[in-house]
Design a protein around this ligand. Structure first.
Ligand code: SF4
Length: 179
């Protein structure tokens, strides 16, 4: 296990005094700089900043930042949720590190696909079979890894194979990885 313990810091950002939302930071006793290219290779929508030794990721409305010496997440509703969120992120780093022999590190910086770019590759039927009111809503959630591609059954139809392949090319999925 790479990260065995960490120091927890939870605070309300100074620009939002009285806000009901928290930022949580795990200060790490070990460097995770070698994990960043592995996370970059596996996390959908992550943006790697090699010069700053940082990787940012947006998931389920939370802005997450991995640095060599810390992991931070914002917009968390309460302290318990902040602790759970950081535990999940630390676990994600540890599991990714354990799989390092199976992952090709990615040192490039990829721009996150825009919701519109994703939407243009969706069927655009607004059939609601995914549970969302429109294909654009689904595109918004797909872009920030809130929904997997497989949740659109229309894309699984054989004549949509090319469309699906194009979507897969701009979205990197990490099965089994969450946080
Ligand atoms: S199931 Fe697919 S085609 Fe139907 S609304 Fe959802 S994203 Fe659009």
């Amino acid at each position: 296990m790479l990260i065995k313990d960490y120091e927890l810091e939870i605070f309300t950002p100074p620009c939002e005094p009285g806000a009901e939302r928290f930022t949580a930071v795990a200060h790490l006793p070990v460097s995770i700089s070698e994990v960043l290219p592995l996370l970059n290779a596996t996390l959908r929508g992550a943006v790697h900043h090699p010069g700053a030794q940082a990787l940012t990721w947006k998931k389920e409305g939370h802005n997450i930042a991995f640095h060599a010496d810390r992991i931070a997440t914002g917009n968390v509703e309460d302290r318990d949720a902040a602790i759970r969120k950081l535990e999940g992120l630390v676990d994600l780093v540890n599991r990714t590190w354990e799989r390092r022999d199976q992952i090709e590190p990615d040192h490039e910086t990829h721009q996150r696909p825009t919701p519109m770019a994703v939407y243009q590759l969706l069927p655009q039927t607004n059939c609601r079979r995914c549970g969302e009111p429109t294909c654009f809503t689904f595109a918004l959630k797909l872009t920030v890894a809130q929904r997997p591609l497989e949740d659109c059954p229309v894309l699984l139809e054989p004549d949509r194979a090319e469309q699906r392949a194009e979507l897969e090319a701009i979205i990197v999925d990490a099965p089994g990885i969450g946080g």
